[in-house]
Design a binder for this molecule. Structure first.
Ligand SMILES: [Zn+2]
Length: 237
């Protein structure tokens, strides 16, 4: 390649990388979420740290290239504090957070929501014979394509299953911490066939009693997409 073209290519690539990259972005002040999760925008969004004590953002590419790791400033406090609380129950487990919103919100294909910094996808914790299995937590964006049956067992390898106890406690913790900051969970989207399992888990009773809203009916495609992560929308009370 001609030297000039190569230089131009490098300059453009660096330009794109740095303009999109959350690595040079500083969180400050308060965020504002405008409109709705399905039609909105995020003003002064906060960037999630790529990793923290017991959590990690799920994909390097998603974080540094697509930059879908932004959320409302209060919500970031809620998420971080919830992870800290979870470390008391599961000190050796590393949680994974998946896509949030773009820096300024708006449509983030293929999501229909995630538009104003108040929607988050969380990766389902997995286990095998009651032991944590983290191999599948490291596959980045491919993780969105994993398939589980109606009992939360992995397709083609039924020994690997969703850890409903951990997920239920995480959702309860998110709600508890949200209330502390004057927010609440507006809704949880989870493959509807998996609701029996989460409500039958160790924290299921408490989850049912909490009144946290789990979406009841979903179009087939959207329903099927929520067997490897749980989507949570938050809202100020
Ligand atoms: Zn989502």
């Amino acid at each position: 390649m001609n030297r000039k073209i190569r230089l131009l290519f490098l300059t453009i690539s660096f330009g794109i990388f740095f303009s999109c990259s959350p690595s040079v972005y500083k969180n400050h002040g308060e965020s504002r979420s405008e409109g709705t999760v399905g039609n909105g925008r995020l003003i002064n969004g906060y960037k999630m740290p790529f990793r923290g004590g017991n959590f990690k953002y799920f994909s390097f590419t998603d974080y540094y290239l697509f930059g879908r790791c932004y959320l409302h400033s209060t919500l970031q406090k809620i998420v971080l504090e919830s992870y800290r609380d979870m470390s008391m129950y599961y000190p050796d487990y590393r949680f994974r957070i998946m896509e949030c919103s773009k820096r300024k919100g708006g449509r983030a294909i293929p999501h229909r929501t995630h538009q104003n910094g108040t929607s988050i996808d969380f990766m389902m914790p997995l286990k095998k014979a009651d032991k944590v299995i983290s191999r599948y937590d490291r596959i980045g964006m491919w993780r969105y394509l994993m398939k589980f049956d109606h009992e939360g067992k992995k397709r083609f390898n039924k020994q690997i299953e969703i850890d409903f106890d951990k997920m239920a406690l995480h959702i309860l913790t998110l709600e508890k911490v949200s209330r502390k900051y004057g927010w609440m969970i507006a809704k949880v989207i989870l493959e509807t066939n998996l609701k029996d399992e989460i409500f039958a888990s160790r924290y299921g009773k408490e989850l049912r009693k909490s009144g946290i809203y789990f979406v009841r009916n979903l179009p087939k495609l959207i329903n099927e997409a929520h067997d490897d992560h749980y989507h949570v929308d938050f809202v100020p009370v």
